[in-house]
Design a protein around this ligand. Sequence first.
Ligand code: TXA
Ligand code: MG
Length: 340
Amino acid sequence: MKTIISKPSTTSYEKAGELIREGKLVAFPTETVYGIGANAMDSQAVKSIFKVKGRPVDNPLIVHICEKGDVFKYAKNISEDANILMDKFWPGPLTIVLEKKELVPDTITAGLGTVAIRMPENEVALNIIRHAGVPVAAPSANISGKPSPTNAAHVIEDLDGKVDMIIDGGCCDIGLESTVIDLTSDTPTILRPGKITKKILSEYVSINDYNADEVAGVPKSPGMKYRHYSPSAKIILYSGNKNKIIEKINQDVQEYFFKGQRVGAIIEKEYYDAVKCRYKYDIGSCENEDEVAKNLFKILRQLDEDNIEVAFITSLSDRHIGSATMNRLLKASSQVIEIN
Ligand code: TXA
Ligand code: MG
């Protein structure tokens, strides 16, 4: 298949909308990460998303809408809390899990009685959904298991020749996927942390502790049980005393290098000069959690570009969006070692 690659324009929105209505796949940017979009009401189109990504069929997709009011078309029994959060955070990086209405295909929800819905704020995303005229199912536009794409080059790497169109809208502002919150039980529960943190949400509604890895082997958010965000490189994460960690990383770099491995180090700006390694990746300042969040997936992908076999990283500041960055980093890591 020849993939059309276009910059955002009225013509490309019209083309993207037409393709989505025909049951085809279009990758596009959102403020979080790039998504692969298909008509959420078309089961065949939705199935082709799973096929292209190599995604397990028991992992449901998010339905993207361009008007807040559309939520009432696809979900029912919408609580007061849900209304408060939609009013406050839509459009934006918050996905809300609600009871689904009959018309939402089971392929989207993986047979669950609930549906995840989000109204993105990225203008390109909104324009595409608007031009499609249908709700758009869109998982992150990566092959399953790989880090989510935060620019069009990442999408091209994974999906060129496999989707009908890719809209190149530059770098995603946030660089991590949306916060997913379940609003079907009495107390809202965060299923996937994101830029809108528990602390922020708690200002509006009371929130249960994050419990993605649910009791009794039945995960509330099926996606969280899979290995995620993994580059081919083995990631070793050190937590604890920063200065000691830097010392340890310098030792490890030497040791693995002498074993003949291609070694990398992912380092915060403040410690960058203190680490001696041929392949160093500056993830941003420890004072700037937004910058670090935005760089993580890009660097994980860069490791593979550079054929890195093992990469070291320190735990990152996690007061704000950093808690979501650490959630993704822990999933990407093969080993976590405490240094005190
Ligand atoms: O930021 C984002 O949310 C991006 C952009 C493209 O919007 N999309 C994204 O989709 O990250 P995906 O498919 O990669 O992740 C969706 C997550 C998965 O963890 C999935 O299990 C969960 O949402 N999810 C979807 N429907 C659900 C449901 N009905 N109940 C619980 N979790 C659900
Ligand atoms: Mg994903």
